[in-house]
Each structure stands twice: as structure tokens, then as C-alpha cells.
Design a protein around this ligand. Structure first.
Ligand code: HEC
Ligand SMILES: [Cu+2]
Length: 315
């Protein structure tokens, strides 16, 4: 829509269009205000220049009515922009349940991408067009920032937590992926590409990656290897909650609070179990921090998700 404007960057996702419109609205409103001020300034400067014979009689003293009215009017206009922008922000950064999920781990200095079916890529992310893609991001070391300019989408990837974003690409093509948070010597090389493909092309791409195990299947093995199944397994004698169906539900905690069991919650349960306890259970869950890598953790999380049948396993 705005592509006729010179230097206008590529737009290829619903988020991109929303941000474009916001930007255009801001630009237009700022232009109107700036033009008004400049035109009036030039007009008065010329009209009352030294030596002009314009009448200087009945000069108006400063009036508070005028002062307040014009300050309030500008404030009002910019507040409208603020509300409009905040609305887009909330929409942009509250990830809905996706048609597809992709897992991203930032690491000095690369983006590791993994698909639920077990397909892995480095510095590349293949996604289908017109589908809501939910991206769960983690960092193995320092703060990175995941930026796809054509989607106008940028989000910090902070160590110690999951950040979840989403997008819906609407134009096939190859788009840039960048890290925009200075993250060490090779920061500038931390780049990649996002490949938006048609549904059938994407399905074909998935099958040509030569994988044998989905993320959930690998997660199930890790779940056993780390001894989780000893307590959480179906025939365990330990009083631990069953993880079947927990993903996506609201969990009641000992302290009376309630948390949505999303990826970030599952991560906290595993790496930070001392900070809270599920209501009705003894606080005996061991702390696994430092023992499981970010990519293994994502697989365990994918496995727990798959127990809810909310994420089919794809090959
Ligand atoms: C010694 C037994 C034990 C082991 C081993 C164990 N857990 Fe737990 N886990 C518990 C108990 C007890 C709770 C509930 C109390 C709490 O929240 O601390 C729990 C809670 C959880 C929860 C929150 C469940 C809910 O209903 O909200 C998750 C998720 C979880 N564990 C995952 C894991 C994973 C993954 C592993 C392996 C890496 C693991 N646990 C290993 C005993 C264990
Ligand atoms: Cu980085």
C-alpha cells in the first residue's frame, strides 16, 4: 500500500501492515502540526518584520485561554496516537495459540531454529504463508534481539525466560532476520533469513529435512533420562502432579495465585521450582537449573505440550 513511497521497506506480514498504518498516521499528524507552526511563524515573521507598516496597535496580551486550549488540543491528538499505538503493541506481543510453532534459541552468535517435527536450521527460518506462527524464544547466553524488518517485528530474547511472539506472513519470499542487541564481538554477523513459502512448498520442505524424531519424541527421551518420569510418570508412587493435559490450563499454586501453564510456566517449573509450588503437592521437585540446555529444555516443553494433544507432532 505504501510501496510507492521511495525507500519504503518491504512489508510481508499482518504486523507489518499495522505498524505501517500507525507510522503513516504519526507522520501525517506530525506534518500537519509542524506545517501549521512553520506557516504561522513565517507569516508573522514576514508581516511584522522590521520596517513593515503592519499595524502594531491593540496587541493582545498573553491569554491563558489560548495557551491552555492549544496545549490541550495537541496533547489530545498525541494521546490518541498513544492509545492507537498501545493497542497495536498489545495485539502484537500477546501471542495467540498458533497454527504452527517454531522454537528459536539465540546464542553467540547465531539463531538456532527448531520445528516441532524435529527439523533444525541455523540462521534460517522456514514458515508457511497465511498461518499464525507462534515463536517461542530463549537465549543460551546474553540478551539478543530478534528482528524481522519486513514484519516490523522486534523482540528481546532474554536469558532465563521464554519470550513468545507471533506473526502471520502474507507474501512469499526471503526476508532478513537480524539480531539488534549488541551481544559481543561477532554481533554484526548474527543474521539470517526468514523464508515464507506456500503451504504445499512448506510441507514438502519439512519432509526433505531428513529427521527421524519430532521435538516431542526427543523430549520424551529426555524426560526419562533426567528422571522426570520417576515422579511424573503414570505409574509413579511419588505424589507429583500428572503432566497430562496441564499445558494451556490454569494452575492453582500453594500461595493462592493462579498461573496459565504456557511455555514460560513449564520452564519455571523445571528451572525454578523453589520459587512456587503447585497447590496440594509437597515441594520436592528438584531444581534442574544448569543441568539442561535451552534446546533440550524446549524439547521437554514440547513433550509436555504434546501430552495435551494441543500440538500435533509433525514430520
Ligand atoms: C522427586 C520427584 C520429581 C522429579 C524428579 C521431577 N518432578 Fe516435577 N514436580 C514434582 C512435584 C512434587 C511437583 C508439584 C510441586 C511443585 O510444584 O514443586 C512438580 C511439579 C512439576 C510441574 C508443574 C506441574 C503442574 O501441574 O503445574 C512440571 C511442569 C514439572 N514438575 C516438570 C518436571 C520435569 C520436566 C522434570 C524432569 C526434568 C521433573 N518435573 C522432575 C516432583 C518431581
Ligand atoms: Cu545477538
Amino acid at each position: 500500500m505504501y510501496s510507492w513511497i521511495p525507500f519504503w521497506p518491504d512489508t510481508a506480514a499482518s504486523s507489518g501492515h499495522a505498524v505501517n498504518t500507525l507510522f503513516a498516521a504519526e507522520l501525517a499528524l506530525s506534518a500537519v502540526i509542524m506545517l501549521t507552526v512553520v506557516v504561522m511563524m513565517l507569516h508573522f515573521a514576514s508581516r511584522y518584520r522590521k520596517g513593515s507598516d503592519a499595524s502594531r496597535a491593540d496587541r493582545v496580551q498573553k491569554t491563558w485561554h489560548f495557551e491552555i486550549a492549544w496545549t490541550a488540543a495537541t496533547l489530545g491528538m498525541f494521546l490518541i496516537l498513544f492509545v492507537y499505538g498501545a493497542q497495536i503493541y498489545v495485539w502484537l506481543f500477546r501471542a495467540p495459540r498458533g497454527d504452527e510453532e517454531v522454537y528459536v534459541v539465540g546464542k553467540q552468535w547465531m539463531w538456532k531454529v527448531e520445528h516441532p517435527g524435529g527439523q533444525r536450521e541455523i540462521n534460517a527460518m522456514h514458515v508457511p504463508i497465511d498461518k499464525t506462527i507462534r515463536v517461542v524464544m530463549a537465549s543460551e547466553d546474553v540478551i539478543h534481539s530478534f528482528f524481522i524488518p519486513a514484519f516490523r517485528l522486534k523482540h528481546d530474547v532474554v536469558p532465563g525466560t521464554y519470550e513468545t511472539i507471533w506473526f502471520k506472513a502474507d507474501r512469499p519470499g526471503v526476508y532478513r532476520l537480524e539480531c539488534t542487541q549488541y551481544c559481543g564481538l561477532q554481533h554484526a554477523t548474527m543474521q539470517g533469513k526468514v523464508v515464507v513459502m506456500s503451504g504445499p512448498d512448506y510441507a514438502r520442505w519439512l519432509t526433505t529435512q531428513g529427521v527421524h524424531e519430532s521435538m516431542a519424541e526427543q523430549g520424551e527421551k529426555l524426560f526419562r533420562a533426567h528422571g522426570c518420569s520417576g515422579c511424573h510418570g503414570d505409574n509413579s508412587t511419588v505424589h507429583a502432579p500428572s503432566l497430562n493435559g496441564v499445558y494451556g490450563t490454569f494452575v492453582h499454586l500453594q500461595d493462592g495465585s493462579v498461573r496459565l501453564a504456557d511455555e514460560a510456566y513449564l520452564r519455571d517449573c523445571i528451572l525454578n521450582p523453589r520459587s512456587f509450588t503447585v497447590a496440594g503437592y509437597p515441594p520436592i521437585m528438584p531444581d534442574f537449573s544448569g543441568q539442561i540446555s535451552e534446546s533440550d529444555l524446549l524439547k521437554i516443553v514440547a513433550y509436555i505440550q504434546s501430552l495435551s494433544g494441543k500440538q500435533e507432532t509433525r514430520r
